[in-house]
Write a protein of this length. Structure first.
Lengths: 257, 88
């Protein structure tokens, strides 16, 4: 279903290019053909980017995965180039889980057949986000929807993978860094869920106030407790992050060179 | 707006200038990206050469902050006000 044939390339040709890329044996002609393949996603990508922009979501887009990233994925996952679902992609950052759910629902209205990977339910090496793979004119485009906290975590992890160890992003690399990142990811998940619970309680309170119910007092007490829990969790997180920075004194390359 | 950048992963830094193109210059941006990639291939230099798009540079620097910030800045950004609780 997700197979793809570019105008100037057969799937077989494409996968042979992928094999040479995997082995680091690609020729200039391979890179030119890879670019033809990559560029063929542009119209589909543009449609997705424009739709997200029209919704006021301020997307960032990448119309073609870089050659280094394609090579890394081919080596890591033993997949085929023709089967990659994230050659073209867009990314959106939202405030919180409630907003994330709302945007996912909007995407499902526009693309009812979208494949949804909810990495909040099942984080991938600590990575939390919702990814949708949508099909436009037979071509796949990935949409990443991240909350601010998820995006901060993902960006820091990607950067640490770049400069320290590429395996960090996939759950490997130095144990101490991996352990800290996992802890942050878990704490972020708790914070976001407390935020969502808090919002739900607020909604119940607002509804009760409108109806003049006595439960309002009880709900207010719950809200205060939730708010206190949330603040305490944030304080704990910031303390952990400061400790993390002090412990590793992460190389700020500009400063160290 | 479309942005063309080169990024050295091991250094965690951008190489050269951030080039800007309008949406109507997309083909030109794609051609330039390929030209740079082929040049790097000839000289055996390993770099990401990537076309990114956003409404403006500020948005790009936010959505793809990995390319623009140092490791320390990114780890510390998890403590910045934007990571503070946003109580609905």
């Amino acid at each position: 279903m997700w197979g793809y044939v570019a105008e100037k390339l057969s799937i077989s040709q494409l996968n042979k290019i992928g094999e040479r890329l995997r082995k680091n044996l690609e020729s200039e002609e391979d890179l030119r053909l890879l670019d033809v393949f990559r560029s063929s996603f542009t119209p589909a990508y543009q449609e997705v980017f424009d739709h997200l922009s029209q919704l006021g979501l301020k997307p960032g887009g990448r119309e073609g995965k870089t050659t280094l990233s394609i090579r890394a994925k081919l080596v890591r996952e033993r997949t085929r180039l023709s089967r990659m679902q994230d050659i073209a992609g867009c990314r959106v950052e939202v405030d919180n889980l409630i907003e994330q759910d709302r945007v996912v629902d909007e995407m499902k209205v526009r693309w009812p057949c979208a494949l949804i990977h909810d990495r909040r339910v099942k984080p991938s090496s600590g990575y939390r986000a919702v990814h949708l793979v949508v099909e436009v004119d037979g071509l796949l485009v990935e949409i990443q929807i991240r909350t601010s906290l998820q995006h901060s975590w993902a960006s820091a992890t990607e950067k640490l993978s770049d400069v320290c160890d590429p395996e960090i992003k996939y759950g490997g690399g130095p144990e101490e860094i991996q352990k800290s990142l996992t802890e942050f990811s878990n704490v972020f998940a708790i914070i976001e869920n407390v935020e969502r619970n808090y919002a739900e309680v607020r909604a119940v309170i607002a509804n009760s106030v409108m109806k003049g119910k006595k439960e309002v007092d009880v709900l207010d007490e719950n809200t205060e407790k939730l708010q206190a829990d949330l603040k305490a969790t944030h304080e704990g997180l910031n303390a952990a992050l400061k400790k993390f920075c002090e412990r590793f004194t992460i190389a700020d390359r500009e400063g160290s060179q | 707006m479309i942005f063309l950048l080169q990024y050295d992963r091991k250094l965690g830094k951008l190489c050269g200038e951030l080039k800007r193109f309008t949406a109507s210059e997309r083909r030109e941006a794609q051609r330039e990206r390929l030209t740079i990639e082929l040049d790097l291939h000839r000289t055996c230099v390993s770099r990401d050469v990537v076309l990114l798009e956003a409404a403006d540079e500020e948005t790009l620097r936010r959505t793809h902050q990995r390319y623009f910030k140092t490791p320390r800045e990114l780890v510390e950004s998890m403590m910045q006000p934007e990571a503070e609780p946003v109580l609905p």
